[in-house]
Design a protein around this ligand. Structure first.
Ligand SMILES: *Cc1c(COP(=O)(O)O)cnc(C)c1O
Length: 359
């Protein structure tokens, strides 16, 4: 029996995709072997690799002058490789310290080069994103790094800053769930396991012109240009993750692509925020209304004890992985692209009955 899985990552995937993977596992397209047993230089795998790359570009409307890289190490490794590849001697990078992930990205950048907080959400207990005029950009700033969606605190950057320096974004938890203004970005990146597929794959999208001579002197795996030169086949890529991600991207395209995902995300998260608003104060969201995530809905009941009761009772209804991140507690419903309507409706119904029983 499939449960309604609200896990923040890795997350639920479309059942149709899982069924397809299952049916192809023993004998991939007449090869007599599975896709995880064959050479990454084989024509069969090459077709999968190319198709996943082109579906990513198509779904996300990635412009022709950007390169798409399939890497490993998750978003976390890119916290380091982004400054390694973009920052030069004498340059610095500004970071929006908007929550747990923005903090992590700044820390790793500062371990490599000169990086500073252009805005800090800590005094606001990470309940909102900055407005453009709150950003303090220092002279010599090469890029401003933002986290489009703070997965743990449930905060979203509803619009991206319009400033004089290029943007770099960690989009791990809202990748391909909203169109983005590519002309303002030098680079975006994210792990696949929040919206796109299994863990093990990170996707970096970078302006091709910037690859030339990026990160001189770095070991080859850390240099984005080295991966671009070999079409992300410099070494063995995470083949299974790329294969499943390709299927999820095809599923997305068939559902109407990124615009459809955005509309769906607004409607589904809206239904949960409505349930919070209509609960007469029983449920509370700590996040300012305009900055609420459409992917990770964070809320609380009147007490920690009731939060625990909620999680236990929800699990009995087949609503699982609703526990907030261990660092913030409470309840978090992650509603990524593949979450079903039925899952959200069941959650909203459960919230109402739990409040009636305990309010
Ligand atoms: C999950 C997450 C990360 C870390 O991703 P890994 O792939 O586990 O390294 C970084 N940033 C954001 C916004 C995330 O949601």
């Amino acid at each position: 029996v499939r449960v309604h899985n609200f896990c923040a990552g890795p997350c639920t995937l479309p059942v149709a995709v899982l069924e397809e993977v299952k049916s192809e596992l023993l004998d991939f397209r007449g090869s007599g072997m599975s896709v995880i047993e064959m050479s990454h230089r084989s024509p069969e795998y090459d077709a999968v690799h190319e198709e996943t790359l082109s579906l990513f570009r198509e779904n996300y409307a990635v412009p022709d002058d950007f390169s798409i890289l399939f890497l490993q190490g998750g978003a976390t490794l890119q916290f380091a490789t982004v400054p390694m590849n973009l920052l030069r001697e004498g340059e610095r990078a500004g970071y929006v310290r908007s929550g747990s992930w923005g903090k992590g990205a700044l820390k790793d950048a500062a371990a490599w080069g000169e990086a500073y907080a252009a805005w800090d959400g800590e005094p606001f207990s990470y309940t909102r994103m900055p407005s453009d005029d709150e950003l303090q950009i220092q002279p010599g700033t090469r890029y401003l790094h933002v986290t489009s969606n703070e997965t743990i605190e449930g905060i979203r950057m509803a619009t991206f800053p319009e400033i004089d320096v290029p943007l770099v974004a960690d989009m791990s938890s809202d990748y391909l769930s909203r169109p983005i203004p590519w002309e303002r970005f030098d680079l975006v990146y994210g792990g696949a396991q929040k919206n796109l597929g299994p863990a093990g794959l990170a996707v970096v999208v970078m302006q091709t012109a910037l690859l030339d001579g990026s990160g001189p002197g770095l070991p080859s795996y850390l240099r984005f240009g080295a991966h671009a030169d070999k079409n992300s086949l410099m070494n063995t890529p995470p083949m299974f993750a790329i294969y499943v991600t390709g299927k999820v991207l095809r599923w997305m395209r068939d559902q109407g692509g990124v615009e459809a995902m955005e509309e769906r995300a607004a409607r589904r998260s809206g239904a949960v925020y409505d349930a919070i608003a209509e609960s007469g104060g029983f449920y509370r969201s700590p996040v300012e209304a305009a900055h609420r995530s459409q992917m990770n809905v964070v809320f609380r009941t009147p007490s920690d004890e009731l939060d625990s009761e909620f999680l236990k009772a929800a699990e009995q209804e087949g609503l699982v992985n609703l526990k907030g991140h261990r660092s913030v507690g409470g309840i978090r419903a992650s509603i990524y692209n593949a979450m079903t309507h039925e899952g959200v409706e069941t959650l909203v119904g459960f919230m109402a009955s739990f409040r009636d029983a305990n309010g």
